[in-house]
Design a protein around this ligand. Structure first.
Ligand SMILES: [Fe+2]
Length: 336
């Protein structure tokens, strides 16, 4: 990739969340790569206009006005999206799951974090969303699927949630390129991830990945009247109710939710709608949950609390897994 690792990492510090800004950064990456192969000033200038401006405009407009990838839900091919947690080491009972959010930035830092994950040999790895800058096929390849990509695939499973950045490209590469590379191992059978949400479970715990990314990016003009709220689509709600049976009062297993978007935030927008939908599905019982999320690029532990009409939760924002500059949390409303 172009530039020194320090230069590349700089692009992620103070990273903007606007769609246009991220499309511009994707085109800048492409431009820099091409410029490395040119020698004359004329070439550099022509490459800039050819690759950068036109590419940006095309990229941006196509995603703003193009069709979103059709939503996917279970069951697909008899796959319910519920998989038993299984150890990848026969003699080991405990299960380890590595959670990374906002990791896919193809930086020296993301490589270093992936190498740290590999040293722990977790059974499962989960990417909790945001492939930089706009989740294009090439960005999926560089981070996950190329032979030199550094993502660590857990022996028992490797799964992905969508963030807002995947949806800046309408989710096309997320559904077509990333999910086919993701899987859960069920015995000797490898089940390819079919939708943007899932459940891993055993007799004690349920780890439920929920999709807040698909509804996190609005359409031009309409988003002014109706800002995106990351709500769970009706297909996902039906799956949680009818397949995962989240409201079953006899099921007393611990619940761990994973999502890209924050259930609560002391720093930026927080998204109460998914929490309200989940609490409604879980019924009136005040059942505490554990909830991990990303998006905020900070490592934050929140005190046991609820947001709006959502569940009582031990909330944790797990920070930015692909660049330095996270880990700042002190003296905030809910942060501890
Ligand atoms: Fe995000």
């Amino acid at each position: 990739m172009p530039g020194t690792s320090e230069e590349r990492a700089q692009k992620y510090l103070g990273l903007g969340h606007s769609e246009a800004e991220n499309h511009a950064k994707t085109q800048l990456e492409l431009y820099e790569k091409r410029v490395q192969q040119t020698s004359s000033v004329t070439n550099v200038i022509s490459e800039f206009f050819k690759t950068n401006l036109i590419g940006f405009a095309w990229h941006y407009l196509r995603s703003r006005f193009g069709a979103r990838h059709p939503y996917r839900a279970y069951p697909r091919n008899d796959d319910t999206g519920i998989y038993p947690l299984q150890s990848s080491v026969a003699a080991r009972e405990e299960i380890s799951i590595a959670l990374l959010s906002d990791w896919a930035s193809d930086t020296a830092e993301s490589d270093a974090v992936a190498n740290l994950v590999a040293r722990h040999v977790p059974d499962y790895t989960v990417h909790m969303g945001d492939i930089y800058f706009v989740g294009t096929p090439r960005e999926v390849e560089e981070n996950f699927t190329a032979p030199y990509a550094s993502w660590y695939y857990g022996a028992s499973g490797s799964l992905a949630l969508s963030g807002n950045h995947e949806m800046y490209s309408n989710g096309n590469a997320f559904f077509r390129h990333l999910l086919p590379a993701m899987y859960a191992q069920v015995g000797e059978v490898r089940k390819t991830q079919q939708a943007g949400f899932f459940c891993l479970e055993n007799d004690y715990w349920r780890v439920i990945g929920i999709d807040t990314g698909y509804t996190s990016v609005g359409r031009p003009f309409l988003e002014i009247l109706s800002p995106p709220d990351c709500h769970l689509r009706k297909e996902q709600v039906a799956w949680l109710r009818d397949v995962a049976k989240l409201g079953d009062p006899r099921d007393t297993r611990g619940v761990v939710f994973l999502s890209h978007h924050p259930y609560m935030s002391a720093f930026r927008e927080e998204y109460v709608k998914p929490g309200e939908q989940l609490q409604k599905l879980m019924g009136d019982a005040q059942r505490p949950v554990i909830w991990f999320w990303g998006h905020d690029h900070r490592l934050v532990a929140y005190r046991f609390d609820r947001n709006g009409k959502g569940p009582q939760a031990y909330g944790r924002c797990i920070g930015h897994g692909g660049a330095s500059g996270g880990g700042e949390a002190a003296g905030c409303r809910r942060a501890v």
